[in-house]
Write a protein that binds this ligand. Structure first.
Ligand code: GLN
Length: 508
């Protein structure tokens, strides 16, 4: 099997080819590493590549396969992980100067689970600093670029993970999603991005941002691939007290050929919130309309539902997430982790200089905002109020799901924008209008490739025409319904069509 065939196939096919020894795990890992080394100078997707360790582990898998030993469901498959997931090898930096060179003493639970399933974790991907952002531009190691158009952002905060998969470096990468950071970069990069139900996947070893919102999930090129990676990670973990004990079910089995047949859409009740129909880029509106027409054609029922708090979700999220972040990030004090200032007087000076030097602008903004909304006098007006609205948002979803199986809408209101084009933080936050409420309500959601659109806005200013850009569509489902959500997503994927390969250097 050639490198092109390895990288061009899907994860499940690659896994099967390795298991049947049509290709070695080592060859698969080398193909991934070569491509990562070649493209990283352009994309800045990776902070670190761990070639030696990855190849050694791939060889172990090959030896076990040659002996006929049992191997796990991801044996030999290279997977990239976001740099806010702790690994006992290499560094874990959250793309922040304050954690430069930080070495975790332990592995995150999901790192252990993926490695015991045989996955080859080969690199840590760049991200918005501490996962705060929607573009990959707040990364302390420079902006990440979108393989579809390298003058544009890949979305964020799981920017490097999205860029790596979209560029054909690997078939799956892990992201974390606090308010959309798996789904929005998936949408900007023509990928599948799954945000599991809150508590479905262990957060042990995920550097905390918004502890009541954070979840880890996969970015892949197909729904079946996402289901496979998710199934390995999902399930109770006694080391995470918020981890759920509900049964995981069979997300992989749910994605069978019957599910993938769009005929299975017949009779499905698909909720369409009126709030999702306006205010989007014309390309987003057109592809959302096309999907509704296709659904109608396959015999699904389009159900009008109301989510009036859609936009209020942004204000709610940008109170709750910074509040939790301000508390979570208090531990980076220049003493226990990472960066410590060179010059300091007393202890207070040491704290304040280390934090001033170590954190970037967006992180500082969130810490200030979070501290403010939690301070006595403002707590009731902002934080307590946001928690009350959180409850209403949950209720709104409950009411909507009483009338439909899933809710369909755009993942983001626009396609990928140009690097540097969005300077105003509130404009940046509006990108998350369709994604934050799933985190606020703790439900599961997946972004799928919805088609390509032209973007005449935000031109490069040099007269060059923009290539077509991917648009994502999102399906949201009630908590703990991942198997059903993924089964429905399989049918949608067949209906909507698979994404073409990104134009970055042809694979091979
Ligand atoms: N863009 C959102 C934020 O900046 C979401 C980030 C995330 O999901 N990690 O907070």
């Amino acid at each position: 099997m050639s490198a092109a065939a390895i990288l061009g196939s899907d994860l499940v096919s690659l896994r099967d080819a390795i298991a049947s020894r049509a290709i070695s795990a080592e060859a698969a890992t080398r193909a991934t590493l070569d491509r990562a080394e070649r493209l990283n100078p352009t994309l800045n997707a990776f902070h670190e590549l761990h070639a030696e360790r990855a190849i050694a582990r791939a060889r172990e898998i090959d030896v076990r396969l040659a002996r006929g030993d049992a191997v796990g469901p991801l044996a030999g498959v290279p997977i990239a992980i976001k740099d806010n997931i702790a690994t006992s090898w290499g560094s874990t930096t959250c793309s922040s100067k304050i954690l430069a060179g930080f070495k975790s003493p332990y592995d995150a639970t999901i790192v252990e689970r993926l490695e015991s399933a045989g996955a080859i974790l080969f690199g840590k991907t760049n991200m918005d600093e501490f996962a705060m952002g929607s573009s990959g531009e707040t990364c302390a190691w420079g902006p990440v670029r979108n393989p579809w158009d390298t003058s544009r952002v890949p979305g964020g905060s799981s920017a490097g993970s999205a860029a790596a998969v979209a560029a054909g470096i690997c078939h799956a990468a892990l992201g974390s999603d606090t308010g959309g950071s798996i789904r929005q970069p998936a949408a900007f990069s023509a990928l599948v991005g799954l945000k599991p139900t809150y508590g479905r996947v262990s957060r042990y070893g995920l550097v905390a941002f918004g502890s009541s919102l954070d979840q880890i999930g996969p970015l892949t090129r197909s729904v079946r691939d996402a289901a496979l990676v998710h199934s390995v990670m999902a399930g109770h973990d006694h080391r995470d007290s918020t981890s759920a004990t509900e049964l995981v079910g069979d997300p992989v089995g749910a994605c069978d050929d019957r599910a993938a047949d769009p005929a299975s859409l017949k009779g499905l009740q698909v909720g369409i919130p009126s709030q999702y129909l306006t205010g989007n880029h014309p390309g987003v509106d057109a592809l959302f309309a096309r999907a509704r027409a296709q659904l109608h054609g396959y015999g699904a029922t389009l159900v009008e539902v109301e989510l009036p708090l859609t936009e209020v979700g942004i204000s709610t999220y940008y109170v709750i997430a910074p509040a939790e972040a301000s508390s979570n990030l208090a531990r980076y004090d220049g003493i226990r982790y990472g960066h410590r200032t060179e010059q300091s007087g007393d202890l207070f000076d040491l704290y304040s200089r280390s934090r001033s030097e170590g954190f970037g602008t967006e992180v500082k903004r969130r810490i200030m905002l979070g501290t403010y909304v939690l301070s006595s006098g403002y707590y009731d007006a902002y934080y307590r109020r946001a928690l009350q609205v959180r409850r209403l948002i949950k209720q709104e979803f409950d009411t909507a799901f009483a009338k439909c199986d899933v809710i369909l809408g755009p993942t983001a209101p626009t396609p990928a924008f140009r690097i540097g084009a969005v300077q105003d933080p509130v404009t940046m936050y509006m990108n998350d209008v369709y994604t934050v409420n799933a985190n606020i309500a703790g439900i599961c959601a997946v972004s799928l490739y919805g088609g390509m659109a032209k973007d005449s806005t935000g031109s490069a200013g040099d007269g060059t025409a923009s290539p077509d850009l991917p648009i994502g569509l999102q399906l949201q489902a009630p908590a703990f319904q991942e198997p059903r959500l993924l089964a429905i997503a399989c049918a949608f994927e067949s209906m909507l069509g698979r994404a073409p390969v990104s134009p970055i250097a042809p694979i091979g």
